[in-house]
Design a protein around this ligand. Structure first.
Ligand code: ACO
Ligand code: OAA
Length: 376
């Protein structure tokens, strides 16, 4: 038992009205609305409005909000030139992190110091609008394809699928991604949101905060786990190889991707939504192997370790079944979470204080004289 909170477990770092993560009950709500209810009744755009305004929009407000987002999709020419200049084997999360950082250079609204809340809200929306375009344009550029002009007649989810596939998706495909976006939009003081809030609390600018967040989401213990799940399923290869694979991980203390959570001690409430979509999609494709393997892994981990699937576990099969390349899974998480990250930094700036925890010093107990370098 250490005398400090390793990994800040159990530490309450701030106040937020945005999302309530109930780890023991396995519930998640945004601003007092259950995600189950939001998934049933809302679009990602409505949920983004909710997170940015602390209330749901009416019809006119939603229409105006959607128009604003759709008219803010175009990227600066310099960012497009940058995306086209990159090697085809760059990691899309690295590209996204760098391009979002670059956006800040071309946005004179990105200011440090005393926050301008009205300007910051505009910048926040602009980031939600441009993030999917960055991901899609790089995906096209790395294949040597033309970058089509952005469109203003499609929802966020439909527009992203249109850009990466070159055709307007079916309503069902667009809605599947829309639901995934809603489910991923915000999640309390997760590592990437915490990074964003730490950065903005120095009174840095929003682009810097989002750059911190994207770099943090990329890791395999956080958002990167969704890519890890598909890699793991491919490595296992077949349903009859699952038990031996999991046994080997347990014996050798290797982590199973998409399983376990710092806060949820029961099933992650987002997992059943994604599980349902994964079952439907794999059924339609006649490819039940991936979901069957996933279900077996989840069962063993629940029985053997009392650990449950998290959001990344089934989202991987959903995106895979939609034909999305594996290295775009974590960028898709970032596209959805941009909504929550920006809401969180706007909230932080309303009543901010610098984050500055302490460290337990475990270095030398006494001071030593410095020996001149020529004598060392
Ligand atoms: C969107 C998200 O960020 S959701 C999380 C995505 N990340 C993953 O799916 C990666 C796999 N999961 C994990 O690494 C962890 O469960 C985390 C990072 C999510 C949470 O980590 P922590 O709260 O720090 O738990 P920690 O890593 O200390 O694990 C506690 C115990 O459970 C075990 N454990 C936790 N997760 C797993 C796992 N996925 N596979 C195998 N064992 C696990 C650990 O080995 C440890 O066991 P021990 O006490 O016998 O040593
Ligand atoms: O809350 C966490 O620690 C990780 C997570 O599930 C998320 O960011 O969605």
């Amino acid at each position: 038992m250490s005398d400090y909170a390793k990994g800040l477990e159990g530490v309450v770092a701030n106040e937020s009205a945005l999302s309530k993560v109930e780890g023991l009950a396995g519930k998640l709500s945004y601003l007092g609305f259950s995600i189950d209810d939001l998934v049933e009744n809302c679009s990602f755009e409505e949920v983004t409005f909710l997170l940015h305004n602390n209330r749901l929009p009416n019809v006119a407000e939603l229409a105006a909000f959607e128009t604003k987002l759709r008219n803010d999709r175009e990227l600066p020419e310099q960012v497009i030139t940058f995306l086209k200049s990159l090697p085809a084997d760059a990691t899309p999360m690295d590209v996204l992190r760098t391009a979002v950082s670059m956006l800040g250079i071309f946005d004179s609204r990105a200011k440090i110091g005393e926050p301008d809340h009205a300007l910051n809200r505009e910048v926040a929306l602009s980031l939600v609008a441009k993030t999917p375009v960055i991901v899609a344009y790089y995906h096209l550029a790395r294949q040597g394809k033309e970058l089509p002009a952005v469109r203003t007649d499609l929802s966020e989810a439909a527009h992203f699928l249109y850009l990466i596939n070159g055709e307007v998706p079916s309503e069902a495909e667009a809605r599947t991604l829309d639901v995934a976006y809603i489910i991923h939009a915000d999640h309390g003081m997760n590592a990437s949101t915490f990074s964003a809030r730490v950065t903005i609390a120095t009174l840095s600018d929003i682009y810097s905060a989002m750059t911190s967040a994207i770099g943090t989401l990329k890791g395999p213990l956080h958002g990167g786990a969704n890519e890890g799940v598909i890699k793991m399923l491919k490595e296992i290869g077949s349903e009859d190889a699952v038990d031996a694979f999991v046994e080997d991980c347990l014996v050798n203390k290797k982590k199973i991707m998409g399983i376990g959570h710092r806060v949820y001690k029961v099933l992650d409430p987002r997992a059943p939504h994604l599980q349902k979509m994964a079952i439907k999609l794999t059924d339609e494709l006649g490819e039940s192997k991936w979901i069957n393997m996933s279900e077996r892994i989840a069962t063993i981990m629940r029985e053997r370790k009392g650990l449950n699937a998290n959001v990344d576990f089934y989202s991987a099969t959903v995106y895979y079944s939609l034909g999305i390349p594996t290295d775009l899974f974590t960028p898709i998480f970032a596209i959805a979470r941009m909504s929550g990250w920006t809401a969180q930094v706007l909230e932080q700036l309303q009543d901010s204080r610098l984050y500055r925890p302490l460290t337990k010093y475990v270095g030398p107990a006494t001071l030593s004289p410095v020996t001149p370098i020529s004598e060392r």
